[in-house]
Every structure is written in C-alpha cells, then in structure tokens.
Write a protein that binds this ligand. Structure first.
Ligand code: PSV
Ligand code: MN
Length: 430
C-alpha cells in the first residue's frame, strides 16, 4: 500500500496550532471589520479557490545545463497523482491536476481515471506536447510543429492534439491547452506572416475536433526556445488566433512568458474585456521565464494580477471562467513543498485582492485622487492574511501549517523507499 499522509496527523497538528491561529484570526477579523471588510466572507471565498497542479511539476525540473533529481521522485503518472493528492490533502486548494501527453501516457486510461478518483484528484486541462520528438515519431519538430513548413509534420502535430482531446475525454477533462515551441532563431529563417497562417490552419483542424462543451486554450510565450521570434509570441497574437478560431478558443496567460517589465495585469485586464481569458499559469519570473515559485520574487505583481481577476469575478465579467494552474519548474527544492507553498501564495494574493475596498477605490479614481487610490490598493496588499488562509484550510480539512505536517510525515523518505531509482530520466521539465 502506497504511503499517504494520514488525516490523523493533520488533525493532531491542527489541534496544537489552533489556539494561536484562532487568536490571530480574530484579531484580523476585528481589523477588517473596522475597515468594513468581512473576514468570514473572505474566508469562505478563499476556501472555494482552486488551482490545478501540473503533473510535470511534481518532478524536479532542469536548467539547460543540469538536473539534480531528489529522492523518491515520481516514476510515472501514478506516482505523480499520489504527490498531487498529497498537496491537495495538505492545502485543500488543488483538487485537480493537469496532465501532459505523451509525458503521462498509459495503456489504460480507464485505470488512470480510477486511480485519480480513488486519490480524490480530478483532471483539469490536458496539455499537448509537440515541442519534443518522441521515440519512433515519423517527423521531427526541430523546426516547428503546427506551423512547420512541411504539411505532413503539421498533420502529425494536429493528430497528436486530436489524440489529446480523446485522452482528455476519457479522463473527464474539458479543455485542451496548446503551447508550441515554434518560431525562429535567426532573422530570415522563417516567414513571420506565413508561419502564423499555417498555425491557424492547423489549429482550425484541432478546433474542429473539440467536443461541444470543450475549450481550447492558446498559450503564448515571447521567448524560448525560439529566441528570435515565436509564432504565438504575445497576447495580441493569441487574441487574433482566438478570434479567428471561434468562441471555444481563449487565451491563456502564463506569468513568465512576457518580456521583462511587461505589465502582465494589464494583459489580463484586456483579455477579460475581450471575454477571452482562458486562465492563468502562476509562477514568478525574474529575467523572463516561469522558473521561480509563485509569489517568491515579486508577490506584489501576483497581487496586481489577482486584483484584475477578482475585479472580473466580482463584476461578473461576461465569459469569465478562468482555469488556474501552477506552472513552475523546481530545481533546488522539494517539488511538493514548492507547490504547496505556491498554492498558498496564490490564495494569499487572491485573499488580499478580495480585501480591496473597491467602492472607495472607484471613488478615489473618479476624483483623480492618485495617492489615495494607490493607498487603498496598497492597504489590501499590506494586510497579513496568513491566519485567514490557515483558517480556510483548517475548515476544509487541510493543515494549518502544511509544510510542518509534510515534513513531520516523512513522506519523501517513505517515497524514496517505495520508488527505488530505476535509472533513466524521470518526470519534470528537462
Ligand atoms: C511552456 O513554457 C509552458 O509554460 C507550457 O505551459 C508547457 O506546457 C509547460 O510550460 C511545460 O513545458
Ligand atoms: Mn505555462
């Protein structure tokens, strides 16, 4: 029987941690009441917040130079599901995982679904992979996939995406996320306009294969691995594609996929206005990729993104039904610990955004009172919502201090015994 953190361990730890957290929660409730904010309402909203865990995230990622895997890493999708379930048991914020194919390919999809159900994990968007060649694959993606100049290579990439839809149907997913590594590294290498036309043609074939209640998420990325041009480089290109494809297509924003200094919250605001925000991949980025843990380097930026998301949620923006996922690569930490903390950081930014006094903010904006508007905004960000997050977790059956419980459980050491290293590569982005 594979080890799982027993509920009794969480309960015992919570019993010890509860008196202090109760005190802090009540103090916070009083502070918020003075500001006309309702801690109970915010706690209930935080408890409903959910963010998916990517199956590849529970393995150690790599830089372009090396990979330093830790003990007890998942050996395949079934192990990954166990780790995803562990993060959810501790945080109660990650009820679904987002699989990647062919990384998570198994011969029996019914078994995969059953194992996930038994672990209490659902499936979020299915991710296709045409950015790597697979053993035995007829055509190479070295020079592109959906926008490749060769029709047979494009057809192969389309087929793979259609297969991902089939897999997703078997798993109970409702969306396909398409991120392509297509682009060019040398000026002149590629016809920039034609590459986009070919992409649209391929995507139209994928779109035609979507079930009626499915959506397709278009994920843009300005850089890497095509460092001169990427075909789906930015939100403008992504929105053009969504419009060309139809109402089931929407634009997915990954925080790390922008040029440095891009105002990501404004990108989100524009896509909300267009009714085409598919969702968000949370991480943090310093120089320009998604390799840092959510909220670790720039929590204020994360808050600014959540402010726009909450504004859309509270304002019931038409078509607003975002899929949230953590998408980060772990090189020097235990991936379960990083993902646990990141789920909480996403909740923290969400809770703070819920505390923005939007009426007062709107009044200050209308009055051109710049500094008051900024202070109202900042006041919510500066609020320490830690006890509120812990209380939301406790009420949902999670841990007041998830990291402490995880470490006390010895989960990783147990997995190191259960999952002996068989050599070869393991999960994680390499
Ligand atoms: C690409 O950088 C990305 O953000 C996409 O979501 C991929 O599917 C994922 O990372 C894994 O490579
Ligand atoms: Mn992503």
């Amino acid at each position: 029987m594979a080890y799982a953190i027993p509920a009794s361990l969480i309960e015992e730890a919570n019993a010890a941690a509860r008196p202090a957290n109760d005190e802090d929660f009540h103090a916070l409730s009083r502070t918020l009441a003075r500001r006309g904010r309702d801690a109970e309402a915010a706690t209930a909203q935080v408890a409903r917040f959910a963010v998916a865990v990517p199956t590849w995230g529970v393995g150690t990622g790599g830089t372009r130079f090396a990979r330093f895997p830790g003990p007890g890493e998942p050996r395949g999708i079934f192990d990954k599901l166990e780790d995803c379930a562990t993060i959810h048991a501790l945080t109660r914020a990650t009820p679904t995982c987002s699989p990647h194919f062919p990384w998570d390919e198994v011969p029996d999809l019914a078994e995969l679904r059953q194992r996930a159900e038994a672990l209490g994990v659902g499936f979020d968007a299915v991710n296709s992979n045409t950015f790597q060649d697979q053993p035995g694959q007829a055509r190479s993606y070295k020079f592109g996939s959906l926008s490749h100049v060769d029709a047979a290579t494009r057809a192969q990439a389309v087929e793979h995406n259609l297969r991902c839809i089939e897999i997703g149907r078997a798993l109970g997913s409702k969306a396909l996320t398409v991120w392509i590594a297509d682009g060019s590294n040398f000026p002149g290498q590629s016809h920039l306009g034609r590459a986009f036309d070919l992409y649209l043609e391929s995507m139209a074939a994928i779109y035609a294969g979507l079930p009626a209640d499915w959506r397709v998420f278009i994920e843009h990325k300005v850089h890497e691995p095509a460092f001169y041009s990427t075909v789906i480089s930015d939100w403008g290109t992504s929105l053009m594609a969504a419009h060309a494809l139809g109402p089931k297509a929407a634009c997915l924003v990954d925080l790390g996929h922008h040029a440095p200094n891009v105002n990501v919250e404004q990108v989100v605001a524009r896509l909300v206005r267009a009714g085409r925000l598919a969702g968000f991949h949370f991480n943090d980025s310093n120089y320009g990729d998604d390799d840092l843990d959510t909220g670790s380097a720039n929590p204020f930026r994360l808050f600014r993104v959540f402010d726009v998301l909450v504004d859309a949620e509270l304002g019931k923006a038409p078509g607003f039904d975002p899929a949230y996922m953590l998408d980060q690569s772990h090189n020097v930490t235990d991936p379960i610990e990083s993902l646990t903390c990141s789920a909480i950081e996403a909740q923290r930014a969400y809770a703070r955004a819920l505390l923005v006094d939007r009426e007062a903010l709107a009044a200050a904006q209308e009055a051109d009172d710049v500094l008051l508007a900024h202070r109202i905004f900042k006041e919510a960000y500066e609020t320490d919502v830690t006890p509120l997050l812990a209380e939301a977790r406790r009420r949902a059956g999670g841990a007041i201090d998830p990291l402490a419980v995880y470490r006390r459980s010895g989960y990783r050491a147990r997995k190191a015994q259960e999952r002996p290293d068989a050599g070869g590569t393991r999960s994680g982005i390499v």
